[in-house]
Write a protein that binds this ligand. Structure first.
Ligand code: HT7
Ligand code: ZN
Length: 873
C-alpha cells in the first residue's frame, strides 16, 4: 500500500460549495443521492483535467453533470475512486449509489448498531457513503434529507438545524436537516432509529436558546442525567474560559452500542460510544462518571477546535486533538481536583505515550507520513499534543494565551488550517519567537533531562545544570535542542519554598515556583542568597513531557513526598521512591524493604489533613507495565513477584492502618459524586486492595460483604476484582451473582469480562479463552472486544507475556480473525506487541513469530499491515 507524505500536500483541484444529500435508509440496501456544486479551485495547480472523487465499496447507479447523464466513456470507476474526464470549471454533479449498512462490520461509513443506523466518517468514512473529495480542506454547506420506514426509524437525525418533516403516506417519513456552517466531510453524520429522547435547554451568554437532546435506546432512559449535566457545564465553561458560544439551534448526542472509539464530534450531532454517555451510580464507577464528563466536554469543545476551525490535512490532526484534549483536561481539573486530574493525565501519558515514543511506532505529534491515517489516532497525537499546548500556556501565561486563542478563533474561523497557523497566533499575541518550540511538533521520542547540582556553602550559591537529549532512532533523527519550560522550586530544611534568585536577576524573583526556559543542550542556573543546601523540586506539575534524571537520595524523595508545595511532585516523589525500591527487589528478591519506606507510606496513609484522593494516588504502586518500561530487558515474572511481595510487606507493616482507613472512609450517607466522596471511595478501595493481598479470611469476608451490600458500581466492581484475584469459591459465587444481576446491561457486562481478563490468577488465559465461547461474547462489538481481549493483552502483563508464548498466539489468532471484520480494531489490538524488542530472546522470538504470521496472511488491511510491518521494522 502507498505511503502518504506531508511534503506532498497540494491544495484540492476542485472545491465543493454546496452538498445536497438524500438517503433512502434501509439496513440492507441504502440509496444515497448526492448533488454537489463544484468549481475549480483558483488556488490549485492544474492537473490532468480529470476529477478524482474518493469512493469505497459504493455501487454506482447514476452519474450526471449539470443534469446530463454521463456516458461510460466520460468516467471510470476504480476500487477507491470515481474519475470523471474533462469536467467544466463549474458544474453540478449528481450521483446515486447503493451501500449496505448491515454488512458494514468495520463501523466506518454508514453502519448498523443494534437496530439503529448511524455513521462514523472521521477520518475517511464519508467515501463509504458517497463519491466525494473526502479531505478536510474541502469545506461545504450541507443539506441532508433522510427517508425511512416510520416504524423502524421514527427518529431521523443529521447535522445542523431541523428543516422540516413529512409523512410520505406509504409507511415512510422524511426529515430534512440544514447545516449553515461549512464543514469537512469527516464531520458529516446521520442517525436513524427508535430512540428515547431526553430534552433540556441552554441559554448562551448572548441569550440564544439552544435545545439540547440526548438520544438513547429506550431501556437506557434513566442513565442520562450525568451526561446532560456535563454538557451544560462544558458549554458554560467554554464561554467563560475561551469566550466560545455554541452556534446552532440544537445540540444532539446519540449513544450507540457499537463504536470504534470514544465519541465523535460531528457538527451538531455527536455520536457517542454508549460507555461515555450512560451512567447510574449502580451501573457506572466513579471513573466512568469522570470519563463521561471529560468526553462529553471534549466533543463539545471540538465545535470550535476542530469544527469551526478544522485541519488542512490529516497530518495536522493534533491541531484539533491536542488542543481539545488540553481543553478537556483543564475543564475536568476545574470541575474536580486539579492535582488528582494532573496525576491521572501524567499517568496516562507515561503509560501509553512514553512507550509509544520509545518503540517502533514512534512518530512526531505531527507525523510526516502514514499508510493508514486511522493508525495515527495515538497517544502521541492526542496526549503529547495536549502537553505541547500546555507548555505554550506556561510560556505565554494564561492571559496572553487567551489573547492568542481569541486571535486564532477570529482569524481562522471557517477555515482548514495548520499547526503553524496556531503557533503563529501564539507568537503574534505574545511577541515571542516560537521557532525553536515548533521542533516539538516534528521531533519523535521523549527527551531526557539530566540534572546535576552543586552547593557552594561559602557563597550560598546552589547551581543546577540541565542537559537535554532526545535519542535519535532509525526513522527519527534528532532535530537539535528543544525549547523546554522547566518549572522548579527549592525547598529549605523545613520544607518551605525558597526565593529563586538567579545571579543575573534584575527584578524581584518569584518564591515558590519559577519556570526556567531551556533552549540549549546544556544550561546552568546559579541560585544565590541561600543559607543551606536546598532540595530541588524539579519539573513541577510535569511542566514538559520529558524524563528527568536526577540523583535524589531516598531521604530527599521522602522529604519531597511530605513537604513539596506542588501536589503533583509530592506524588511523583512517592512514585520514584516506590519504583526505585521495586526495581531493586526485581534484581535482589531477598532485599529488605527499608524502614524509612514503610514509615513514609504510613505517614501518607494516616495523614488525616491530606486529601484522601491524593493519599490513594500516593499509595498506589507503579504498575507492572511502568516498571517494565524502566528495564532494558523486561523481567515479567520478577516484576510481578517484586510488586506482589512489596504489597505484602506493606500490608504486614500497616494492616491496622489499612483497616482503620477502610472503616474511616466508608460512605456514611447516600452515594455522592463529589470530588471528596470520590476520593474517600478511592482510599477505602485502595485499603481493601492491600487488605486482600494475602488472602486473609477476614479480608475476604469484608470484600464479599462490600460486594454484596454495595449500592454503587465503584465499590461493587472493586470488590469483585479483588475476589477474582483471590480466586476460589467466593470469587466464583460473586462472578455468578454479578452475571445474573447484570447480563442484560451490555456496559456492565463488559466489566464482568474485564475483571476476569485482568485476573492475576495463573489460569487467566484459559478463562479468557473459554469466555471467547460465552454466548455474550462477540468480536463484532468493540467494547466487548476491548473488555476481554484488550484488557488481557494490555492490562495483564504477567499472564499475557507468559513464557510459553500462549498469550501471543492468542493475540495473533484474534488479530487474524478480526482483521477482515474490523481493521481499525485489529490494528489497535496488535499494538500490544509493539515493545517486543524489550523482552528476553525467547519471548522476542515468540512475539516476532506472531507478527510474521500476521504479515504472511493472504489479505491484510492497510491498518494491520502498517502496524505489523513497522513493528517488525
Ligand atoms: N475525533 C474523533 C476521532 C474518532 C475516530 C477516528 C478514527 C476512527 C474512528 C473514530 N471515532 C472517533 C474522536 C475525538 O477525538 O473526539
Ligand atoms: Zn477529539
Amino acid at each position: 500500500p502507498p505511503t502518504i507524505h506531508l511534503k506532498d500536500y497540494r491544495p484540492p483541484e476542485f472545491l465543493i460549495d454546496r452538498v445536497e444529500l438524500r438517503f433512502e435508509l434501509d439496513a440492507e440496501v441504502t440509496r444515497v443521492e448526492a448533488l454537489l456544486q463544484m468549481r475549480r479551485n483558483p488556488a490549485a495547480t492544474r492537473g490532468d483535467g480529470d476529477l478524482h472523487l474518493d469512493g469505497e465499496q459504493l455501487e454506482l447507479e447514476h452519474v450526471a453533470i449539470d443534469g446530463r447523464p454521463l456516458p461510460p466513456a466520460e468516467y471510470r470507476v476504480e476500487s477507491e475512486a470515481l474519475i470523471l474526464h474533462h469536467v467544466p470549471d463549474r458544474f453540478r454533479l449528481e450521483t446515486r449509489v447503493r451501500i449496505h449498512p448491515m454488512l458494514n462490520t468495520a463501523l466506518e461509513g454508514l453502519y448498523q448498531s443494534g437496530t439503529l443506523l448511524c455513521t462514523q466518517c472521521e477520518a475517511q468514512g464519508f467515501r463509504r457513503i458517497t463519491y466525494f473529495l473526502d479531505r478536510p480542506d474541502v469545506m461545504a454547506c450541507y443539506t441532508t434529507t433522510l427517508v425511512a420506514d416510520k416504524g423502524r426509524y421514527p427518529v431521523l437525525l443529521a447535522n445542523g438545524n431541523p428543516a422540516g418533516t413529512e409523512d410520505l403516506g406509504d409507511g415512510r417519513h422524511l426529515a430534512r436537516w440544514e447545516d449553515p456552517f461549512p464543514k469537512p466531510s469527516y464531520l458529516f453524520a446521520l442517525v436513524a432509529g427508535d430512540l428515547h429522547e431526553v430534552a433540556d435547554r441552554f441559554t448562551t451568554a448572548s441569550g440564544r436558546d439552544v435545545a439540547l437532546r440526548l438520544y438513547v435506546e429506550p431501556e437506557n432512559h434513566d442513565k442520562c442525567d450525568h451526561a446532560m449535566r456535563s454538557l451544560k457545564k462544558a458549554m458554560r465553561w467554554d464561554e467563560e474560559r475561551y469566550g466560545r458560544e455554541y452556534d446552532l439551534d440544537v445540540y444532539l448526542i446519540v449513544a450507540v452500542g457499537h463504536f470504534n472509539m470514544g465519541a465523535m464530534e460531528n457538527k451538531g450531532l455527536n455520536v457517542f460510544n454508549a460507555k461515555y454517555v450512560l451512567a447510574r451510580p449502580d451501573t457506572a464507577t466513579d471513573q466512568d462518571f469522570l470519563g463521561i464528563e471529560g468526553v462529553i466536554a471534549h466533543e463539545y469543545f471540538h465545535n470550535w477546535t476542530g469544527n469551526r476551525i478544522t485541519c488542512r490535512d490529516w497530518f495536522q490532526l493534533s491541531l484539533k486533538e491536542g488542543f481539545t484534549v488540553y481543553r478537556d483536561q483543564e475543564f475536568s481539573a476545574d470541575m474536580g481536583s486539579r492535582d488528582v486530574k494532573r496525576i491521572a493525565d501524567v499517568r496516562t501519558l507515561r503509560a501509553r505515550q512514553f512507550p509509544e515514543d520509545a518503540g517502533p511506532l514512534a512518530h512526531p505529534v505531527r507525523p510526516e507520513s502514514y499508510i493508514e491515517i486511522n493508525n495515527f489516532y495515538t497517544a502521541t497525537v492526542y496526549e503529547k499534543g495536549a502537553e505541547l499546548v500546555r507548555m505554550q500556556v506556561l510560556l505565554l501565561g494564561p492571559e496572553v494565551f487567551r489573547r492568542a486563542t481569541d486571535l486564532y478563533f477570529t482569524r481562522h474561523d471557517g477555515a482548514a488550517v495548520t499547526i503553524e497557523d496556531f503557533v503563529r497566533c501564539m507568537e503574534e499575541a505574545s511577541g515571542r519567537d516560537l521557532t525553536q518550540f515548533m521542533r516539538w511538533y516534528s521531533q519523535a521520542g521523549t527527551p531526557e533531562l539530566t540534572v546535576t547540582d552543586d552547593w557552594d556553602a561559602a557563597d550560598g550559591v546552589y547551581t543546577l545544570t540541565f542537559r537535554q537529549q532526545t535519542a535519535p532512532s532509525a526513522n527519527h533523527p534528532s532535530l537539535g535542542p528543544l525549547h523546554i519550560p522547566v518549572a522548579i522550586g527549592l525547598l529549605d530544611g523545613a520544607g518551605r519554598d525558597l526565593p529563586l534568585r538567579i545571579a543575573e536577576d534584575t527584578a524581584e524573583p518569584p518564591s515558590g515556583t519559577r519556570v526556567l526556559e531551556l533552549r540549549r543542550e546544556e544550561a546552568t542556573y546559579r541560585f544565590v542568597g541561600l543559607r543551606a543546601r536546598p532540595v530541588p523540586s524539579l519539573l513541577r506539575g510535569f511542566s514538559a513531557p520529558v524524563r528527568v534524571r536526577y540523583d535524589y537520595s531516598d531521604d530527599d524523595l521522602m522529604f519531597l513526598m511530605a513537604h513539596d508545595s506542588d501536589g503533583f511532585n509530592r506524588w511523583d516523589a512517592a512514585q520514584t521512591l516506590a519504583q526505585r525500591l521495586l526495581l531493586r527487589l526485581v534484581a535482589e528478591p531477598e532485599a529488605a524493604v527499608p524502614e524509612g519506606f514503610v514509615a513514609a507510606f504510613r505517614r501518607a496513609l494516616t495523614d488525616h489533613e491530606a486529601d484522601p484522593a491524593l493519599r490513594a494516588e500516593v499509595l498506589k504502586l507503579p504498575s507492572e507495565a511502568h516498571l517494565g518500561e524502566q528495564m532494558a530487558i523486561v523481567d515479567v515474572d520478577g516484576i510481578h513477584r517484586a510488586r506482589e511481595g512489596l504489597k505484602q510487606a506493606i500490608l504486614a507493616a500497616l494492616r491496622d492502618e489499612f483497616r482503620a482507613a477502610y472503616e474511616d472512609h466508608r460512605d456514611a450517607g447516600p452515594y455522592e459524586l463529589t470530588p471528596a466522596a470520590i476520593g474517600r471511595r478511592a482510599l477505602k478501595n485502595l485499603a481493601l486492595g492491600y487488605l486482600m493481598q494475602d488472602g486473609d479470611a477476614e479480608a475476604v469476608d469484608l470484600c464479599t460483604a462490600q460486594f454484596e451490600a454495595g449500592t454503587n458500581m465503584t465499590d461493587v466492581i472493586a470488590a469483585l476484582g479483588l475476589l477474582v484475584d483471590a480466586g476460589g469459591a467466593p470469587a466464583e459465587r460473586a462472578l455468578d451473582t454479578f452475571y445474573r444481576r447484570w447480563s442484560g446491561d451490555p456496559l456492565v457486562l463488559d466489566k464482568w469480562f474485564a475483571v476476569q481478563a485482568a485476573s492475576k490468577r495463573p489460569d487467566a488465559l484459559a478463562r479468557v479463552e473459554a469466555l471467547l465461547g460465552h454466548e455474550a461474547f462477540t468480536l463484532r462489538n468493540p467494547n466487548r472486544l476491548r473488555s476481554l481481549v484488550g484488557v488481557f493483552c494490555n492490562l495483564n502483563p504477567v499472564r499475557f507475556h507468559a513464557a510459553d508464548g500462549a498469550g501471543y498466539r492468542f493475540l495473533g489468532d484474534r488479530v487474524l480473525e478480526l482483521d477482515p471484520l474490523n481493521p481499525q480494531m485489529a490494528s489497535r489490538l496488535l499494538q500490544a506487541l509493539a515493545r517486543w524488542r524489550c523482552y528476553d530472546p525467547d519471548r522476542q522470538a515468540r512475539m516476532r513469530a506472531q507478527l510474521e504470521r500476521i504479515l504472511d496472511a493472504v489479505e491484510l488491511s492497510k491498518d494491520v499491515y502498517e502496524v505489523a510491518s513497522k513493528t517488525l521494522g
